[in-house]
Write a protein that binds this ligand. Structure first.
Ligand SMILES: [Zn+2]
Length: 166
């Protein structure tokens, strides 16, 4: 029994909106950074982890095993390209890759750059994010990056443009 169907899925609905946009890279949604053939890059909320992105599969599936092999390989290659763009642009101490889907069961990667100056850098990000639930000050701290969101989005898009030659 699937956990979700494309009709009820939050990401499937957002994918329609993202593809309706006219620009080749960024559309009406200011968080939309890049459209790959098999996935879409959006800027995540928690910009204390500067450069945090979510990579959403264009195919509705709950598990990697449900993707047809060539689609899965392309999706993973796109995830690696995004990782490379984040590494080049932000030079984090470490990148964290997470494919969870407990809340929205549609394949999406969380790519979190981690920085040495973050006192919690040895722990998963969710420890801090869970603590920020219901704490407006902590939420504001963790959603604020060192530069405006539009600038972060532009920087990532520029790197992806260089890497993909588009
Ligand atoms: Zn979906």
């Amino acid at each position: 029994m699937p956990l979700s169907t494309p009709e009820l899925c939050l990401f499937c609905r957002r994918l329609h909106a993202w593809d309706d946009a006219t620009s080749p890279s960024r559309g009406a949604d200011p968080d939309l950074i890049w459209r790959f053939p098999h996935s879409v890059v959006v800027l995540g909320s928690w910009q204390y982890f500067h450069g945090y992105c979510v990579l959403v599969s264009r195919t509705h599936a709950e598990e990697l095993s449900q993707l047809e092999r060539t689609t899965r390989e392309a999706f993973l290659a796109e995830m690696c390209l995004l990782a490379e763009a984040l590494e080049q642009e932000f030079r984090p101490r470490k990148l964290n890759y997470e494919l969870l889907g407990n809340q929205v069961p549609h394949l999406h990667w969380h790519l979190f750059p981690r920085y040495a100056e973050d006192p919690g850098h040895l722990k998963p990000v969710w420890v801090a994010i869970d603590q920020a639930e219901g704490n407006a000050g902590e939420q504001a701290r963790l959603t604020t990056g060192p530069c405006p969101r539009e600038e972060t989005a532009r920087r990532i898009a520029r790197r992806l443009q260089e890497l993909t030659g588009r």
